[in-house]
Design a protein around this ligand. Structure first.
Ligand SMILES: O=P(O)(O)OC[C@H]1O[C@H](OP(=O)(O)OP(=O)(O)O)[C@H](O)[C@@H]1O
Ligand code: HPA
Ligand SMILES: [Mg+2]
Length: 175
C-alpha cells in the first residue's frame, strides 16, 4: 500500500489557533521581551508564524536536538546537533516546538537550558500527544492536543518528507 495523507488539522484551523496563541503570549509577556528558541527542524514553520502574531519585543535563536532519525519512534537518545548562538542568562525564554510526543526531547532540553540561568523558561508547542508521554514535561502553551497517531506537515516530517505541507496530516499506508 502506498503512503497517503489524511488531513487532521486544516491550514485555516492552524492559522486561527496560532493567532490566538500569539495574543495570549503577548498578554502574558506584557512589558517584557520574549526570547523565542526554535527547536529545529520541526519548530521552524510554527515559530515563524507565531512570531508574527506576538506584539511584545521578540528576539530569537535556534537549536537542533534530534532523537527520531528517520523512523516514527524516538531512539531515546537526545543529542544537540546545533547549539544556540547566544547566551540566555537573564532572558525570558520561550521554547517553540512542533510537537511534544514522548516528552524525552524537551525533558532533556529544559534541564540543559535551566542550567544557563535564564530569567524564566516556558514551553509552547503546536501539538501535544499526551497519550505517548514517557517523561513528564510542563507545557505552558498548546496549539492542539492530538491522538496517538504519527503526524506530518507544518514542519513535521516522516523520513524528512512532508514538512512543507501547510496542514497537519496523518500518514497512512506505512508499516
Ligand atoms: O517528545 P519527543 O518524543 O521527544 O518528540 C518530539 C521531538 O521529536 C521531533 O523532532 P526530531 O527529533 O524528529 O527532529 P526534527 O524536528 O528535525 O524532525 C519533534 O520535532 C520534537 O522535537
Ligand atoms: O507524530 C510525529 N510526527 C513527526 N515527527 C514526530 N516526532 C515526534 N512525534 C512525531
Ligand atoms: Mg522529525
Amino acid at each position: 500500500m502506498s503512503e497517503t495523507i489524511r488531513v487532521l488539522i486544516s491550514e485555516e484551523e492552524i492559522e486561527e489557533r496560532v493567532q490566538a496563541l500569539g495574543k495570549q503570549i503577548s498578554e502574558d509577556y506584557a512589558g517584557k521581551q520574549v526570547h523565542l528558541i526554535c527547536i529545529l527542524k520541526g519548530g521552524a514553520f510554527f515559530m515563524c508564524e507565531l512570531a508574527k502574531r506576538i506584539t511584545v519585543p521578540v528576539s530569537m535563536d535556534f537549536m537542533s536536538v534530534g532523537s527520531y532519525g528517520d523512523g516514527t519512534a524516538s531512539s531515546g537518545v537526545v543529542r544537540i546537533a546545533k547549539d544556540l548562538d547566544e547566551a540566555i542568562e537573564g532572558k525570558d525564554v520561550l521554547i517553540v516546538e512542533d510537537i511534544i510526543d514522548s516528552g524525552r526531547t524537551l525533558y532533556y532540553l529544559i534541564d540543559v537550558l535551566k542550567h544557563r540561568k535564564p530569567n524564566s523558561v516556558r514551553l509552547c508547542t503546536l501539538l501535544d500527544k499526551p497519550d505517548r508521554r514517557v517523561k513528564d514535561v510542563k507545557v505552558d502553551y498548546v496549539g492542539f492536543a492530538i491522538p496517538d497517531e504519527f503526524v506530518v506537515g507544518y514542519g513535521l516530517d516522516y523520513a524528512q518528507k512532508y514538512r512543507n505541507l501547510p496542514y497537519i496530516g496523518v500518514v497512512e499506508g506505512v508499516e
